[in-house]
Design a protein around this ligand. Structure first.
Ligand code: MN
Length: 255
């Protein structure tokens, strides 16, 4: 079993260190992660500046790029093997509902999935790393189950997992969930810069709007681990007939 670990909080983040420590004896486990915090970088790739790979004193390799850069570079030339599994995280904070669109943690996993490799994104629900070792133990159990049951062979998959910040014994069993939805993000924060310009800081994520039973928000609020299988196809399949009709009318009205 060859496992590639990445994250979006940077190669020195406690969530990555704990995840690596929990997985390292499950096979050949290697880390290629961003040099700095790249949260909310989604699937961004760096196309207009060079990327450099360095090795930290902890043995982890790091790149001056995004989470997706790390996995992309690893899979397209840096590694001389193809990993069986990509594991991303453990992120500092939830990636539920709309977060999955912005998340660099999910972006790194998705990059592996796009290359046909099964991938998991792990996040802790609250920021601050409380009970990170317990979360890493949960991550290990899931990875071990998936590899022991040969789930990593065959058709690739992409899983988004959120773990409550609780002691191991208090974490309730994994629930398979759909993504919830958040309210619109909070207002942008503006401040004067020392040079007299106005600086803008992106506001926080909105609270849960759809946190109904069956969602990741609901499961984690009850103390469960949430697990959501993700897909990449953004097509609104239900809306195809409507837009086909609209396009046909547009075609007829063209002079
Ligand atoms: Mn992050």
């Amino acid at each position: 079993m060859k496992i590639l670990i990445c994250n979006d909080d940077g190669y020195q983040a406690p969530g990555l260190v704990a995840l690596h420590a929990a997985l390292k004896d499950l096979g050949e486990v290697e880390v290629v992660a961003p040099e700095h915090n790249n949260s909310a970088k989604s699937n961004a790739l760096t196309l207009h500046s060079p990327l450099y790979v360095h090795q930290g004193s902890n043995g982890f390799r790091y790149i001056n790029g995004t989470p997706a850069d790390c996995v992309h570079v690893a899979l397209t030339g840096l590694l001389d093997y193809r990993p069986d599994l990509i594991v991303s995280g453990i992120n500092n904070g939830a990636n539920m509902g709309d977060d999955t669109i912005y998340s660099g943690t999910v972006g790194a996993a998705m990059e592996g999935y796009l290359f046909g490799i099964p991938a998991i994104a792990f996040s802790q629900v609250e920021k601050g790393w409380a009970h990170i070792e317990d979360a890493a133990r949960i991550a290990r159990e899931l990875v071990q189950y998936l590899t022991q049951h040969h789930t990593t062979e065959g058709r690739p998959w992409l899983l988004n997992v959120n773990i409550p910040n609780l002691p191991y014994a208090a974490i309730k069993p994994t629930r398979v969930c759909r993504l919830g939805r958040r309210h619109a993000a909070e207002k942008v924060i503006s401040q004067p810069s020392p040079h007299g310009q106005t600086m803008y800081w992106i506001g926080g994520a909105g609270a849960a709007k759809d946190g109904a039973e069956g969602t990741d928000f609901h499961a984690t609020a009850q103390g469960h681990v949430s697990l959501t299988p993700l897909q990449v196809d953004l097509t609104d399949h239900d809306a195809l007939p409507f837009w086909a009709q609209a396009a046909a009318q547009l075609g007829r009205s063209r002079p």
